[in-house]
Structures are given as C-alpha cells and as structure tokens.
Design a protein. Structure first.
Lengths: 186, 186
DNA sequence: GGCACTATTTATAAGCC
DNA sequence: TGGCTTATAAATAGTGC
C-alpha cells in the first residue's frame, strides 16, 4: 500500500474511495446511532465533509468538551509547529473581525440583558426561534470564528491564563471585554 | 440498515467497524497522500479520532481556511434540528445564572466599552459582511454561549494548561498515521 | 466523470475459544 | 476483550461504454 504517483489515477482512486468511506461512516453512525465526523481533502485540495448525528461543528464541540478523553494520547506530529504558525497567521488575518465581533457581542449582550433581566422565563422562549435562525450558513461562520478564537486563546494568551487564575470568580466575558478594549485601542 | 437496539451488540459492532473505518481512512490517506480527519463517538460516548497527513487540528484549520467549501455542505441531517435544540436548551439552562451575574459584574463596563465603539466602528467597515452575520441578538447569544463554553474548558482543563506551557495544540488526537502504518504491517 | 459488468479481493458475521 | 475460522456479503480493480 503506497502512494499512487500518477495524478489521474490518484484522483480516480480518491473519488471512489471517498464515496465508500462516507458510506461506511454512515452505516456505522446509523447502526450504532453515534456521532461521526469525517473530513477529507482530495488530491486536488477539495474538501469533503461528512457528519452524522449533528452538524460537523457540533461534533467537534462535543469532542472538545471531552478533554480528558481526547488528551489521552497526544499525537507527536512533526508538522504541528508549522500548523500552529498557520493558525497564528490565520488568526492575524481574522483577529480584528474576531475581536470586533466579540465587542459587538458583548455590547448587544448587555442591552439585551437590560431588557430581559426581569423576565428570565420569557427569555427561555427567546432561544427557540434563535435555534432555527442560526441553523444556517451564518451559524457555521459563527462557529468557525469560535473555534478559531478558542484555539488561538489556548495557543498564545498566557496573560489570559494568569488572568483567569487570578480571577476565578470573575465572569469570563470580562476577559473578552478587556481583550476587546485593548484590541480596539491598538 | 437500522440501529442495533441491544446495547452489547451495538458496542461490539462499533468496535469492529471503528477499526475498519480507520483502516479504510488510512488507506485512502496513504494511497492518495491526502489529509483525512475522522472523529467518532462510541455508543458509550468515548471519542476516537484519526488523522492522516497532519494533526487533527491542523486538518480542521485547513478546512476552516476554505470556508466556501466547508460551508457549501451544511450537512443535510434530519436529526440536526432536534440536536441543536437540545444544545440550545442546555446552553440556556447553564447560561442564565452566568448571564445575570455577568450583567451585574460588568454593568459598569458598558460605558467604557461604548467609548471604544466609535473607534471600532471605523475599522469595522472593513469587515462589514462578517459583522452582519452576528448582528441579531439571537445570534449574539449563541456566539456568547459558545465563547463561555470554550473559555471554561480552557480554564478547567489540566491538559490544556499543560499544552499551554508547550505552546502547542494537541487537544484532539488519538490515532495517527504512524500507528496505523505499524498496525497494518503487523 | 459516470455507469455497468465481472473477476478478484476484502470485509464481515457468526461461531468459537 | 481479542483472536481465529469460515461461509457469505460487500467492495474493489479493471475494463469498456
């Protein structure tokens, strides 16, 4: 079993196997009623994703919420450093979007709370239409921004870590707020 | 093809098929020399990840950097709506207390943030489409909840903190190409 | 690129240890 | 759980259309 050198044959092979891999994944997901997420790059760089049980991002988030399991066997990966550089670069490109988005989020959050703070019960219902609202392409964008944001913070914000340690009881959004304020001032 | 109802049989089935799915994925990745990422939950909730070509996160990042492709397939999924509703409900339950506390804690920061808003707005013009995506209160809430979740995980996760020291991101990885190659040779 | 056909290989289920 | 055996089912490679 080794790499097919001829590009055409390789593409042909990929096309067939991709389908059967998705098929197999689907069968496993259905029969066992579990979440499956599959992401493949074709030899020409095209992305194919498959997911079963919930959205691809949703499954990612599920997995991230199980840090113990996932951290059990950290994979030593030679490319990792380079990838982290890519991440940093990607973040740099998106950083302003992210921070401004966070700022907007916080601002709207506060005004919303002012309106609904006395009606917690009604607020619960507020979430229902939201679910359908965001179950779209926009939702995916938002999730992606989150993944990027979370990973980036994990990667580099030692300051935030220390801040969190010192302020365990302080709401997390304060970190965001300061980040945003700092970013906006820069 | 339908769900196996007996839990024991289901687990058995999953174990076997998981291995063959990883095997197939690996074969595709090797023969076509492409990036493959696979994430599965067992019937008991255990996570298995496989990646070929680079780290799981690296492949995610690659995909995220191809937003058009990834968004083109928002996963036609019948269960998705229901699952997203569950997620939103869970978020609402967890988030309400936080929100109220948050509001109290940062009410005073609102004016300060509003000061920076005008500065941010100019920069924001460059990213208008992105900001538009989260311009409703509903979407902002979801965004906020996700951020809270992500930051909490960062705060809690011992493994993540260790990872921080190494300045690496290895949150998701349990099977890698080297392992598979070894396994296939045996 | 897809579809159909067939010979061959592989995966699988079932049983057993 | 994992390994082993075997008949059967499925997937695959090769081919032509």
């Amino acid at each position: 079993m080794k790499k097919i050198e001829d590009p055409e044959s390789r593409k042909q092979f990929y096309s067939k196997r991709k389908d059967s891999l998705v098929k197999k994944s689907n069968e496993l997901g259905v029969v066992c009623d579990t979440y499956i997420a599959l992401l493949m790059f074709s030899p020409t760089g095209e992305v194919t994703t498959y997911s079963r049980g919930k959205s691809f991002e949703g499954i990612m988030i599920n997995a991230i919420n199980q840090p113990d399991e996932l951290n059990r066997q950290p994979t030593p990966n030679p490319d990792e450093e380079h990838l982290m550089q890519s991440l940093a670069q990607s973040k740099a490109e998106r950083g302003m979007i992210e921070k401004i988005s966070m700022y907007e989020a916080h601002k709207e959050k506060l005004s919303e709370l002012q309106k609904t703070l006395s009606e917690a019960k009604e607020k619960r219902r507020f979430y229902e239409p939201q679910v359908e609202n965001i179950n779209t392409v926009e939702e995916v964008d938002v999730y992606k921004e989150y993944l990027l944001g979370a990973m980036e913070r994990v990667k580099r914000s030692k300051a935030n870590q220390e801040f969190l340690k010192r302020n365990r009881n302080v709401m997390l959004s304060s970190v965001n707020a300061e980040d945003m304020a700092a970013a906006c001032n820069n």
